[in-house]
Write a protein that binds this ligand. Structure first.
Ligand code: SF4
Length: 265
């Protein structure tokens, strides 16, 4: 059974952001069909209907573009994070087609845009994502298809993401990779880190990395999906073994000459 799509109306489109490097955020959808089992968003939005069904319900804010067009006329231009609590190019976007109008509106009003996605659908808009006012980030947690299937069941495959990243990089668009969350025993091994570093070097992308941060709703969901495997992950987190992984990431970034930064310090 596919996800449940619904339309709602919104009163505002742009929110102020406290996230590093972003002045504003926009999120034309609530919910995300990619349904990553490590997603923090249900803990952030805390809406009852998403608690046990993350990935199965998506609301599109049907008047989003209209509201955005008005708001950009009276707020100071800055960097817009597109999107932060949903994926801008999840499957519903094929039908809603918000992105082109959003991109055109923001660029016309001198805003800068930083995309973050796990979807190769972004290639649909490759012709208008250009210039020095945009940068495109792909979450690449691993290049292993099985990892993606297990943790990011409905997003584009790692190969598709890599191909999309390469396309933007070849076009001269500034690109970055989000390597996160790092999950003990699944994507913290040397081979994964080297593959991601090599990709970052090849595409001249900078790399942001982050550990898995357990939150109550997330723990429950991961437990449901991973069963006993989750206990192992939790054990490492309690022991705070991340320092070793971070050390490896920094060491390899020097070898590969890739600029890296931790998402949150
Ligand atoms: S793509 Fe991002 S917002 Fe969507 S489910 Fe995955 S982590 Fe959450």
């Amino acid at each position: 059974m596919g996800p449940n799509y619904s339309r709602i109306r919104c009163k505002s489109a742009v929110s102020k952001s406290n996230l590093p490097g972003l002045d504003y955020t926009i999120n034309p959808y609530i919910g995300c069909e990619h349904g990553c089992i490590y997603c923090y968003v249900p803990d952030i939005i805390r809406r009852k209907e998403f608690l046990d069904s993350w990935g199965e319900l998506v609301y599109a804010k049907e008047n989003f573009v209209e509201v955005l067009s008005k708001e950009v006329g009276y707020i100071k231009p800055g960097v817009v994070g597109y999107s932060t609590v949903t994926d801008p190019y999840q499957p519903y976007e094929k039908k809603m087609c918000f992105a082109r109008k959003i991109i055109e509106t923001l660029l016309q009003h001198n805003f800068r845009i930083s995309f973050q996605t796990k979807s190769s659908l972004i290639l649909r808009d490759v012709d208008i994502i250009e210039g020095d006012k945009v940068e495109v980030g792909f979450t690449i947690t691993s290049l292993d298809r099985e990892f993606a299937r297990k943790f990011e069941p409905n997003s584009s495959s790692p190969e598709e993401r890599v191909q999309a990243l390469e396309t933007f990089s070849e076009k001269g668009v500034k690109t970055w990779i989000f390597y996160g969350p790092i999950i003990f025993g699944f994507n913290d091994d040397d081979e994964t880190i080297k593959n991601i570093m090599s990709l970052a070097k090849r595409t001249r992308s900078y790399l942001i990395y982050d550990k898995l941060r357990l939150k109550p709703i997330l723990s429950k969901r991961m437990m449901k999906h991973l069963g006993e495997e989750f206990e192992k992950i939790r054990g490492h987190i309690i022991e705070n073994d991340f320092r070793k992984v971070y050390y490896k990431v920094i060491k390899l970034s020097r070898e590969y000459n890739v600029k890296v930064e931790a998402a949150f310090t």
